[in-house]
Design a protein around this ligand. Structure first.
Ligand SMILES: [Zn+2]
Length: 173
């Protein structure tokens, strides 16, 4: 069983937007933290930058591991353990939001890591070249790794009002 729905607030979209605008010609991303409301619903409450020592490239982003770990620990302790690591996010510098091979293996590795969270998710924000407009929920795609089928499955991304932004699940491999 995997996550079926991830809920984001407009505040988080604004955060993605600001980080993407800071690095208009590279990928960027960071950590997602939040809480599981049920087996199928995750609410994202905190998101991070990739960190000061992150390596930004046109087609990849390497997170600053120390910064990310510090972020996870800080939010976890400050919330009394209520807010935990749930996955990560990054952008694609194209309208192609399909996870890359690297994305597939990254999420698979994290999902099979016994020390990580159960069923981590990956959010991909699809942005266009010379990005200038406001990011919408429709630009954000969520995925989790399905062990049984060895593939990534798409998650519904919704806002606080529970509005659906996609109407179907697509299997990516
Ligand atoms: Zn990617």
């Amino acid at each position: 069983m995997g996550v079926k729905v991830v809920q984001l607030s407009p505040k988080i979209l604004t955060f993605f937007q600001e980080e993407i605008i800071r690095y208009p010609s590279a990928e960027t991303g960071g950590i997602l933290m939040g809480c599981k409301k049920s087996d199928e619903l995750i609410i994202v409450t905190h998101v991070s930058f990739p960190g000061p020592k992150a390596i930004y490239k046109r087609r990849s982003i390497t997170f600053d591991i120390d910064y990310c770990q510090h972020f996870v620990d800080k939010v976890y302790y400050e919330s009394g353990g209520a807010i935990t690591y749930i996955g990560d996010w990054h952008c694609h510098q194209s309208k192609k939001i399909k996870p890359s091979k690297t994305d597939f293996f990254t999420l698979k590795r994290e999902s099979l890591n016994p020390e990580s969270t159960e069923c981590p998710i990956m959010l991909i924000v699809g942005v266009e070249k010379n990005f200038s407009r406001i990011i919408d929920f429709k630009d954000i795609y969520g995925f989790y790794y399905d062990r049984l089928s060895d593939c990534l499955r798409e998650i519904l991304v919704i806002n606080e009002l529970g509005k659906k932004t996609q109407d179907f699940f697509v299997i990516h491999k």
